[in-house]
Design a protein around this ligand. Structure first.
Ligand code: DGL
Length: 270
C-alpha cells in the first residue's frame, strides 16, 4: 500500500506533510525532481517529459495512485498524461481542483453549472508556466461566474526556496505581492498556486494584509485524497513502505526537508 506524491522539488512536502497527518496509516512515496527544478520556467513539453518519467518511477515503486503535488505539472502536463499516457489501472491526480472547489464553496463531484460565489477579486500567485497555461482560470470558469482573477508569475521564489535562501524568498514574495496589488489593489482572496509557497505563507499573509483570505493547498488536497480513498480504497496500491526519493543530492535535499518539516526526513537517490 503506497500512494505516490510528486513535485519538481521540495514544495510537495507541504502536501505530503498534510496527507501524512490526515492519513497516518497510508505509506507515501515522495519523489522530488530537484535536479530539474524549477519546472516553472520550462516549456510544456519539457514539463510533460519530466513529469511522466518521475511518475513512472513512482509506479515502479508500487504506487497505483500518484498525486502531482505540483501546480506547474498539474497545469502543463496532467491533462495530456490522463488523455494519452496513464496506463490501465493507474491514476494520476492533480492539486488544482480541490483548491478551486474550496474557493467556489463546492463539495467534491458537484458538477452543477457555474454560479456566483463570495470571492469576486482573486489574486493568483504561481510559477510563470502555471500562469501562462491559464489552467486555473479554465477550471474556475467551469464552477464560478463573475470572478476577476489577477495572476502574478512569481519568478525566482521556487529557486530561492530550493537553495534554502529564505531571505531572498521573503524579499521576492514582498515584491510579487506589491506588483499584484498595483494591478488589483483589494483582492478578497489569494491563492497560493504553487506547493512551494505554503513554506512562505506567513510572508504572503503579512504582505497581503489581514483582510485577504489566503488559500493554501496542503490541507485541501489531503482532505480530498482521504475522500477519494474512502471511495476507491483499492487505489492505495501494493507498495508497503514510505520513502523519499530525489534526483538531486540526497544529503542536501534531506537537510532542507528536515528544516522545512521540522522532523528528520531522509532522501535516497531516485
Ligand atoms: N511546487 C511546484 C508548483 O507547485 C513548483 C514548480 C517549479 O519547480 O517551478 O508549481
Amino acid at each position: 500500500m503506497a500512494v505516490g506524491i510528486f513535485d519538481s522539488g521540495l514544495g510537495g512536502l507541504t502536501v505530503l506533510d498534510a496527507v501524512a497527518k490526515r492519513l497516518p496509516d497510508v505509506p507515501l512515496v515522495y519523489m522530488g525532481d530537484s535536479a530539474h527544478a524549477p519546472y516553472g520556467v520550462r516549456t510544456p513539453d519539457d514539463i510533460y517529459n519530466l513529469t511522466t518519467s518521475a511518475t513512472q518511477r513512482l509506479f515502479d515503486e508500487g504506487c497505483d495512485l500518484v498525486i502531482l503535488a505540483c501546480n506547474t505539472a498539474s497545469a502543463a502536463a496532467l491533462r495530456r498524461m490522463q488523455e494519452s499516457w496513464v496506463p490501465q489501472g493507474k491514476r494520476v491526480l492533480g492539486v488544482f481542483v480541490p483548491m478551486i472547489e474550496a474557493l467556489t464553496e463546492r463539495q467534491w463531484g458537484d458538477n452543477s453549472p457555474p454560479r456566483e460565489v463570495a470571492a469576486k477579486h482573486v489574486a493568483l500567485f504561481a510559477t510563470p508556466a502555471t500562469v501562462a497555461s491559464r489552467a486555473f482560470q479554465r477550471e474556475l470558469a467551469f464552477r464560478a461566474v463573475g470572478v476577476d482573477v489577477e495572476a502574478q508569475a512569481c519568478g525566482g521564489v521556487v529557486d530561492a526556496i530550493e537553495d534554502g535562501d529564505m531571505i531572498l524568498a521573503d524579499a521576492l514574495v514582498r515584491s510579487h505581492v506589491d506588483a499584484l496589488m498595483r494591478k488589483m489593489p483589494q483582492p478578497d482572496a489569494a491563492i497560493l498556486g504553487c506547493t512551494h509557497y505554503p513554506l512562505m505563507e506567513t510572508e504572503f499573509q503579512a504582505a497581503l494584509g489581514p483582510d485577504v483570505k489566503v488559500f493554501s493547498q496542503a490541507n485541501l488536497v489531503a482532505e480530498s485524497l482521504a475522500d477519494y480513498l474512502a471511495r476507491r480504497p483499492e487505489m492505495v496500491g501494493p507498495g508497503q513502505v514510505s520513502t523519499f526519493l530525489t534526483t538531486g543530492d540526497p544529503d542536501k535535499v534531506s537537510s532542507r526537508a528536515t528544516q522545512f518539516l521540522r522532523r528528520q526526513i531522509t532522501f535516497t537517490a531516485a
